[in-house]
Design a protein around this ligand. Structure first.
Ligand code: PMP
Length: 362
């Protein structure tokens, strides 16, 4: 069996060591004679798994004690509803602010409009979201219940290099496509959330970190399973949670710790991204779509000098074990998603393929 280098945006490549471990213990978890997928979410064995996930997250992300770790149903987009329901009436007026940096921010803003009054305080839509727009925190409405940003823009290949200091206004960050790929000061944020399916594990669940004082503002009509307090009080087990996803995440977190944790991974991620950005910048055939100062370390987006060669580029890459390089239709071109699990060798192989493709077709 050979495994491809999977550049898909998500669900994405997971570390081979994690997949092998899951395979190894799939039928018989720790001598129980039952699979982890078959045991109760209330069993002592699962309790140990979820506690281990919490402990690893706390250590890896340096999560302060006044934050709760929640595993919430519905993936990242469900949080576009849950966050306004839980937080929009923190201040009277139900105002909330967004920085529009792509489709995911737009979608979240539109969803918040069902519950209150979102204001888009900055946007780079005019340049097809090729950058993070200039934004002055002084322009933030002090009556805003929170500011929502998307820290890494999966489709457009941009990221916030630094985060705004928002003072009393809680900063809410969608980190779906970069959580645990870079060091953070968690205390800068009121809420961080991330769908699991890129850096953390399988699809369908979201990890939510929330500052404790933000748990008490939910709208009365918030469904029990979208109410963050329900998750905080019942250790994310108010109902039968996705135990297998939590188990897989615990293995991914263990793997990350074995790699030296987030700082070591961030160094590696910079190196990987640099290999691809160099391949783009040193050629006349490929062009990066994101402004160089706003480039993502996770999603490298680029176009080919001749767009009609894209189909061949993607197919020939696939024939060479480089899978899922087609970009999102709103940007066009190609996209290489290089989350934590993508080895340096994958980026080197892609850079080499790009050079060869340019030589033969360019
Ligand atoms: N936010 C971002 C930044 C994403 O990249 C994605 C998925 N690609 C989502 C939200 C939506 O995630 P989900 O499919 O888990 O709802």
């Amino acid at each position: 069996m050979t495994r491809v280098f999977n550049f898909g945006a998500g669900p994405a490549m997971l570390p081979t060591a994690v997949m092998e471990r899951a395979q190894q213990e799939f039928l018989d978890y720790q001598g129980m004679g039952a699979s982890v997928i078959e045991i109760s979410h209330r069993s002592k064995e699962f309790d140990a798994i979820i506690n281990r996930a919490d402990a690893l997250l706390k250590e890896l992300a340096e999560i302060p004690d006044n934050y709760k770790i929640l595993y919430v149903h519905g993936g990242a987009q469900m949080q576009f509803s849950a966050i306004p329901m839980n937080l929009i009436q923190r201040l009277p007026g139900r105002k909330v602010s967004f920085v529009l940096t792509g489709n995911w921010a737009e979608k979240a803003s539109k969803e918040a409009a069902k519950y209150g009054h979102p204001e888009n305080v900055a946007s780079s839509k005019d340049s097809n979201y090729d950058r993070i727009p200039a934004f002055d925190v002084a322009d933030l409405d002090p009556e805003s219940s929170y500011l929502h940003i998307v820290s890494n823009n999966t489709l457009f290949g941009t990221r916030w290099q630094e985060f705004p200091e928002t003072g009393d206004t809680p900063l809410v960050a969608d980190m779906t496509s970069e959580f645990l790929s870079r060091s953070l000061d968690i205390s800068q944020f009121g809420i961080i959330f991330a769908g699991l399916q890129k850096n953390l594990g399988p699809a369908g669940l979201a990890l939510v970190l929330i500052r404790e004082d933000l748990l008490d503002h939910a709208l009365a009509e918030t469904p029990g399973l979208l109410h963050y307090k329900t998750y905080a009080e019942q250790h994310s087990l108010a109902n039968t949670n996705n135990t297998f996803a939590i188990y897989m995440m615990s293995l991914v977190l263990q793997w990350l710790q074995d790699q030296g944790g987030v700082p070591a991974m961030e160094t590696l991620n910079r190196r990987k991204a640099q290999i691809l950005y160099d391949a783009i910048d040193n050629s006349d055939f490929y062009s990066g779509t994101a402004h160089p100062e706003h480039r993502s370390l996770m999603n490298v987006t680029f176009t080919l000098a001749a767009e009609d060669l894209l189909g061949r580029f993607v197919q020939e890459a696939e024939d060479n074990g480089l899978y899922a390089l087609k970009g999102h239709r709103v940007v066009g071109g190609a996209r290489a998603s290089i989350y934590n699990a993508m080895p340096v060798a994958g980026c080197e192989a892609l850079a080499q393929f790009m050079a060869e493709f340019e030589r033969s077709r360019g």
